[in-house]
Design a binder for this molecule. Structure first.
Ligand code: ADP
Ligand code: 5GP
Length: 203
C-alpha cells in the first residue's frame, strides 16, 4: 500500500487510557485523522455513529468481510471490529496522517500491509490501576470488565512488537510523551528529506 502520509497505530490493554489520550491528540495535532473503525458493538453513552465508530449489524459486517472490505478485522470481547479498506485508502491518498486505535492482533496484521507504520503501545501503571480505571469509567458491565481484564494479559504480551511504549501514569506527562512521538516521527530525516531537497534546489 503506497501512501504519502504517516500511519500511526495505537494499542493498549482496555482501560489503559488510550481513548483519553487519542481523543486529545487528534483534536490538538493538525493534519492527523482518526481512523473510524466498523464495529458490531452498540454505542456507549456519549459515542456518536460516524465519529467514534461506524456501528453496523452482524449481517453487514459479514458482507464486508466477504467482499474483502477490511484491511484487518478481529473479534474481541464478543464483538467484531474492522478497519475499512476504502475508508483508509481514501484518507491515505489525501496525504494526511492517520491514527488507528486498534487491538494488538489487528495491529500486527496491519503492519504487514503497511510496514512503515509507527506502532505505539500505551502502558497502564499496573494491573490494579487498569482494573480501577475500567471500573471508574463506569461504561462496561462486570462481565465485560472481567473479559477485558482477561484479554489485557494477551494485549500486554504483545508490547515487544511496538516501536514506542507510552507509560500512562500521570495523564499530562503521558500526553506529552504521546504527542512527542507523533511530532518526532514527522520530523524524521526520511520524512523531511523531500522538503530539505526543495530548499536545496532554491539555492
Ligand atoms: P481505554 O480507551 O484504553 O480503554 P479510557 O481512555 O477509556 O481507556 O480510560 C479508562 C478510564 O481511565 C477513564 O475513566 C479515564 O478517564 C481514566 N484515565 C485515563 N488516563 C488516566 C490517568 N493517567 N490517570 C487516571 N485515570 C485515567
Ligand atoms: P472498545 O469496545 O473499547 O471501543 O474497543 C475494544 C478494542 O477494539 C480496543 O482495543 C480497540 O482498540 C479495538 N478496535 C477498535 N477498532 C478496531 C479495528 O478496526 N480493528 C481492530 N483490530 N481492533 C479495533
Amino acid at each position: 500500500m503506497h501512501h504519502p502520509g504517516n500511519v500511526f497505530v495505537v494499542s493498549a490493554p482496555s482501560g489503559a487510557g488510550k481513548s483519553t489520550l487519542v481523543r486529545r491528540l487528534v483534536s490538538t495535532v493538525p493534519n492527523l485523522i482518526f481512523s473510524i473503525s466498523f464495529t458490531t458493538r452498540k454505542p456507549r453513552p456519549g459515542e456518536v455513529d460516524g465519529l467514534d465508530y461506524f456501528y453496523i449489524d452482524d449481517a453487514s459486517f459479514e458482507a464486508m468481510v466477504r467482499e474483502g472490505g477490511f484491511v484487518e478485522w478481529v473479534e474481541v470481547y464478543g464483538y467484531r471490529y474492522g478497519t475499512g479498506r476504502d475508508w483508509l485508502n481514501g484518507v491515505l491518498a489525501s496525504g494526511q496522517d492517520v491514527l488507528l486505535d486498534i487491538e494488538t492482533t489487528g495491529a500486527l496484521n496491519l503492519r504487514r500491509a503497511i510496514p512503515d507504520a509507527c506502532m505505539i503501545f500505551i502502558l497502564p501503571p499496573s494491573v490494579a490501576a487498569l482494573e480501577e480505571r475500567l471500573r471508574s469509567r463506569g461504561k462496561d458491565s462486570d462481565e465485560q470488565i472481567r473479559i477485558r481484564l482477561e484479554y489485557a494479559l494477551h494485549e500486554m504480551e504483545q508490547y515487544p512488537a511496538y516501536d514506542y511504549l507510552v507509560l500512562n501514569d500521570d495523564l499530562e506527562l503521558a500526553y506529552r510523551r504521546f504527542e512527542s512521538i507523533i511530532l518526532a516521527t514527522r520530523a524524521s530525516r526520511e520524512r523531511m528529506a523531500p522538503a530539505a531537497q526543495r530548499i536545496l534546489e532554491g539555492f
